[in-house]
Design a protein around this ligand. Sequence first.
Ligand SMILES: *Cc1c(COP(=O)(O)O)cnc(C)c1O
Length: 395
Amino acid sequence: MKIDAFETSALMNVAARPDLVAVEGRGSWLIDQRGRRYLDFVQGWAVNALGHCPPQVADALAAQAQRLVNPSPAFFNDAALGLAQRLAALSGLERVFLCSSGAEANEGAIKLARKWGQLQRDGAFEIITFADAFHGRTLATMSASGKSGWDALFEPKIPGFPKARLNDLASVQALISARTVAVMLEPVQGEAGVVLADAAFLQALRALCDAQGLLLILDEVQTGIGRTGTTFAFEQVGVRPDILTLGKGLGGGVPLAALLASEQVAAAFAHGDQGGTYCGNPLMAAVGSAVLSAVAQPAFLAGVRERTGQLQSVLRRVAARLGGSERGAGLLRALVLPTPVAHRVVEAACALPQTGLLINAPRPNVIRLMPALNVTAEEIERFAQLFDAALEVAP
Ligand SMILES: *Cc1c(COP(=O)(O)O)cnc(C)c1O
């Protein structure tokens, strides 16, 4: 298929995509092959923490590219050491493994928990995960996920991921056996439609894991790095995991992710258990440090919380008008529609006259908003106008 001068058929057809070819991005704006502008409230799926092409990312890439790109993971490099130290200090988890995608970080978390189970829990290997969870697209992370429609894909699944129900402690307790090594979850289930784990549930899970000698794994690939208004979502509930995964916003748009663990748990990995050609490469690590320098600052995070309040009131107004509801954590928010027209609204928003609006529908009745963390008050006002126009086309 052709879109203007661009031939698209050489790419594997793994996703339905609209008729636009992205050629440029600036902050909250994406520009296509015709020069059409879109207000981007998807931002690469909550990836561009500082918007498109922020100077911090562009400068870090350019400077590091002139100095050292990849000495191989067999050597220490200054950029990776710097990023690891900052992540450890911010999270309170002493050991960091840097990698390239959220799925890779979660795959590492699963391996680490299983290795720890071999050494510390008599070979226990089961990791309790949750219905509607999303942990990535490798075979093990798909098996850990509870996304509907995935049950029968790519059989046989990797065994060892019994599914509990979010915010239902009894459903977790019922699955615990001598084979159990860990409980793994997202503080906010993003793909499920921005469904929050209750603070009380997370606190009870922490207590349960402590009492049973199990590891608590938090997948903060989407919620981490300021998305929910604090550097990590777990800070808001006072629950520190034993293993934490980060991705998306950490790289501000470049492929960077991280697996973090307490010193005691990380000690289960022996040389050779975990690695990868691009793991800890200085080009991406330098960007991660630049993103953290911008985001992990009290004034920046206060700004995220201020914009959160503004976006929330816009969404509450729309929800009241349509008879829907609004929910979320920080700048990861959702509008729940009374009817399953979310995909039509997304299409209408993209195709609005003059200026387009990019939003996402993780569920037939749910629209998800993930603007840049430095979105401005004026851009949220603009969003409100464009969103209203899109909702008119598809009520
Ligand atoms: C996006 C996401 C992943 C997968 O990250 P990739 O970088 O796409 O592999 C895993 N967990 C959660 C919660 C995510 O949102």
